[in-house]
Design a protein around this ligand. Structure first.
Ligand SMILES: Nc1ncnc2c1ncn2[C@@H]1O[C@H](COP(=O)(O)OP(=O)(O)OP(=O)(O)O)[C@@H](O)[C@H]1O
Ligand SMILES: [Mg+2]
Length: 291
């Protein structure tokens, strides 16, 4: 069975793409067959995996416009088990083109249907653009669940209601009645600030068990990695950022196993531990204070 997870938050720059790339790469490294689907015209996930976004040989844009099956445009990446359905800058015009054609909310779902049928992938991760328009709606209609990256800062929760409202509308209007919340992953967490810790507390209060135990800290290595076309998991595998994403990958897999087995997810501890410094740190780098 294929599980399709949309990574979404209408707020820009909260770590959607970074989380998608590292989750996809990390889950693939564990042996699962993974497809990363880039539906943002910025194509950051495409270039973040070292793939040319201006290749001009087809992208998710063609799938959204109904010009072909997704399988025609999938590319292998340099990582085992990880394929990419790239985006391209042209996608920026797709909102309008889709809106003036028929069947507009179901384009992506229909385009992915053959992949679901053949069970080619265990997981498909969709990197959404920072909006709540028709393209994101397509993603949420096609997906089984939504994972929301949340930057630990003021107004983070306020903005969150916009995406949860869209999720509820999609469920209530029968566009995708089975859509689930996969979880909330807190990003750019700085454990030294009271504000970040307050936000963490509020997220726990509001979302309880959906909150991922491990928050992603601010990390220089994470911000450098897209420039090298690599997930931080590979670019700087002993860094605090890579460690944190490894923990999120671990938790994602654990939660999915628990769900498949019909057992509730068990937390290791009931505390967000986003310092990124493992108690059994092997690398000196993990002890550096990053800013
Ligand atoms: N934990 C982190 N520490 C430091 N920098 C980060 C971290 N996560 C992401 N970044 C950097 O912050 C910027 C925004 O991250 P990213 O592109 O993942 O966000 P996004 O939500 O996908 O943005 P957009 O809404 O534009 O698609 C990028 O330059 C990225 O490298
Ligand atoms: Mg992005």
């Amino acid at each position: 069975m294929t599980r399709i997870v949309a990574i979404a938050n209408q707020k820009g720059g909260v770590g959607k793409t970074t989380t998608t790339i590292n989750l996809a790469a990390g889950v693939a490294r564990e042996g699962y067959r993974v497809l990363l689907l880039d539906i943002d015209s910025q194509a950051n996930a495409t270039s973040g995996l070292g793939v040319d976004k201006n290749a001009g040989d087809g992208s998710v844009y063609d799938v959204l416009l109904g010009d072909g099956a997704a399988t025609n445009y999938i590319k292998a990446t340099q990582y085992e088990n990880l394929d990419l359905l790239p985006s391209e800058p042209d996608l920026a015009g797709a909102e309008i083109e889709i809106a003036t054609s028929g069947n507009i909310q179901y384009r992506l779902r229909d385009g992915l249907a053959p992949l679901r049928e053949t069970g080619t992938y265990d997981f498909i991760f969709i990197d959404c653009p920072p909006s709540l328009g028709i393209i994101v709606t397509n993603a949420l209609v096609a997906a089984d669940s939504v994972l929301i990256p949340l930057q630990t800062e003021y107004f983070a929760l306020e903005g969150l209601s916009m995406i949860t409202d869209l999720i509820n509308r999609i469920i209530d209007n029968d566009l995708n009645p089975e859509l689930e919340l996969e979880g909330i992953v807190m990003t750019m967490y700085d454990k030294r600030t009271n504000l970040a810790n307050e936000v963490v507390g509020e997220v726990w209060k509001a979302f309880g068990e959906y909150t991922y135990e491990y928050a992603i800290p601010r990390s220089v290595k994470i911000s450098e990695s897209p420039g090298y076309g690599e997930p931080v998991l590979y670019y700087a595998k002993n860094s605090t950022g890579a460690y944190a994403y490894e923990k999120v990958v671990e938790e994602f897999i654990k939660r999915n196993r628990a769900r498949d087995e019909g057992t509730p997810h068990q937390y290791d501890s009931l505390e967000v531990t986003g310092d990124g410094v493992p108690s059994d740190a092997e690398s000196p780098e993990t002890n550096q204070q990053e800013t």
